[in-house]
Design a protein around this ligand. Structure first.
Ligand code: MV4
Length: 434
């Protein structure tokens, strides 16, 4: 039994994920409050919520990232909980703390866990202690270029320097030999300091052609953890995923079982609650190495929902109500069939500058360029691909350029169809030297 039942939830987000959370609330009979910036007055999340409150001007820093405005909206409307969606304040430990202090349930992990996972070399050390495989590298933050040189000589070049507070590809430097390490270390520190207000940097063995594979987890507030298989996310351009699928064509059943077993224990030991993603890199030999934890629901969560039959967003809300996974899930987690998602982005195919539509539908230029997600399911990968090709051929978007032509070329590629690709695969579809 839930220890509380939410009557009303505020969604501290916009666009697709705000609408997705509204859908889950409707399915659970929970009232919804949308918040919106002046640029989003006519957005669908505003239309479909039971109530909507303007929280500020178009600029995110003064609306969707403005904690006092969001908390005020929550207090005025008397909500029981806040769902942060993805991006914006979803992994902001201070926001989770302020919610708690205001007697509003934050639908996500606790602030301490969010903070710990946000310090990447701490998450790495924690996972290593619990038997999750990690790449060779520094035990913690690099204290000097000399320490970097010593470690790099041990693990072998190339190595990569990563910002402790980074993630998503920001603040990284690849080091090919000892000659360039000292200057790249200082650069990485400087960039980390100005971008994330912490100059901390750590070092890892660099994988040149990795696959990006992430495991979906659900954890209740009573110590129970379930692993909902993995997603293959290697088709990315500038750290923006274009197409994701589940399961990964590269992960074997034995490997999935092994990683799931160690993760179940590690996530429980961390005191992690609610939904999350554990990111791995797969090297050229097919081995998986932990890189970071994303303490939020992700854009690509639907492919996992299709192959498991589990509604992840509903599960997040029910976990936050205090329900156990055994109450929420219909039975043991099983993966069935195959699912693919294409992120339909508004873009100019030559310059990748976001396009804008000015007639009925407005895509404001202030936020990201995701306009739709197209998800297919099939009994196997070939059927899911074929259905995606058919659906894309019937997908009509007028007035703007989209990513659809590139996704059609990817789906038709023999290497993609064979499941034979890594994070460099996208380069062959881009203009310029390969
Ligand atoms: C790496 C790597 C190679 N070796 N770490 C980029 C996003 C961030 N989450 C981690 N990233 C990478 N970390 C080591 N030790 C290569 C990348 C990387 C990447 C990873 C996943 C998907 C696309 C990528 C594109 C460029 C670099």
């Amino acid at each position: 039994m839930p220890s509380v039942r939410f009557k009303k939830i505020l969604i501290a987000n916009r666009g697709e994920i705000a609408v997705r959370v509204i859908c889950a609330c409707k399915d659970l009979g929970i009232q919804t409050v949308a918040v919106y910036s002046e640029a989003d007055r006519y957005s669908s999340h505003v239309r479909f919520a039971d109530q909507a409150i303007c929280i500020g001007p178009a600029k995110s820093a003064r609306s969707y990232l403005d904690i006092p405005s969001i908390i005020s909206a929550a207090e005025i409307t008397g909500v029981d909980a806040i769902h942060p969606g993805y991006g914006f304040l979803s992994e902001n430990a201070t926001f989770a703390e302020v919610c708690e202090a205001s007697q509003i349930k934050f639908i996500g992990p606790g602030p301490e866990v969010i903070r710990m996972m946000g310090v990447k070399e701490r998450a790495r050390a924690f996972m290593r202690e619990l038997g999750v495989p990690i790449l060779p590298g520094s035990p913690g933050v690099l204290t000097s270029p000399e320490e970097g040189l010593e470690l790099a000589a041990k693990v072998g070049y190339p190595v990569i320097l990563k910002a402790s507070a980074g993630g998503g590809g920001r603040g990284m430097r690849i080091v090919n030999g000892p000659g360039e390490l000292p200057s790249l270390f200082l650069q990485a520190q400087h960039e980390a300091g100005s971008a994330f207000s912490s100059p901390d940097v750590y070092l890892e063995k660099y994988i040149g052609a990795p696959r990006h594979i992430e495991f979906q987890i659900l954890a209740d507030e009573h110590g129970n953890v379930e692993i909902l298989g993995e997603r293959e996310c290697s088709v990315q351009r500038r750290h923006q995923k274009l197409l994701e699928e589940s399961p990964s064509p590269a992960v074997t059943d034995a490997q999935r079982a092994e990683i799931s077993a160690v993760l179940r224990n590690a996530i429980a030991q961390a005191g992690y609650t609610n939904a999350g993603t554990v990111e791995f890199l797969m090297d050229e030999a097919g081995k998986l190495y932990f890189i970071e934890v994303n303490a939020r629901v992700q854009v690509e969560h639907p492919v996992t929902e299709f192959v498991t039959g589990i509604d992840i967003v509903k599960s997040q809300i029910r976990i936050a109500q205090g329900e156990t996974l055994s109450e929420i899930l219909p039975g043991p987690v099983e993966l069935r069939g195959h699912s693919i998602e294409c992120r339909i982005n508004a873009e100019n195919p030559e310059t990748f500058v976001p396009s804008r539509a000015y007639t009925d539908c407005v895509i404001p230029p202030f936020y990201d360029s995701l306009v739709a997600k197209l998800i297919t399911y099939g009994s196997d990968r070939a059927e899911a691909i074929q259905r995606m090709q058919r659906a894309l051929s019937m997908f009509i978007v007028e007035g703007i350029h989209t990513s659809i032509p590139m996704q059609q070329r990817i789906l038709a590629d023999p290497d993609f169809q064979a499941g034979n690709f890594d994070t460099n695969f996208i380069k062959r579809f881009l203009p310029g030297p390969k």
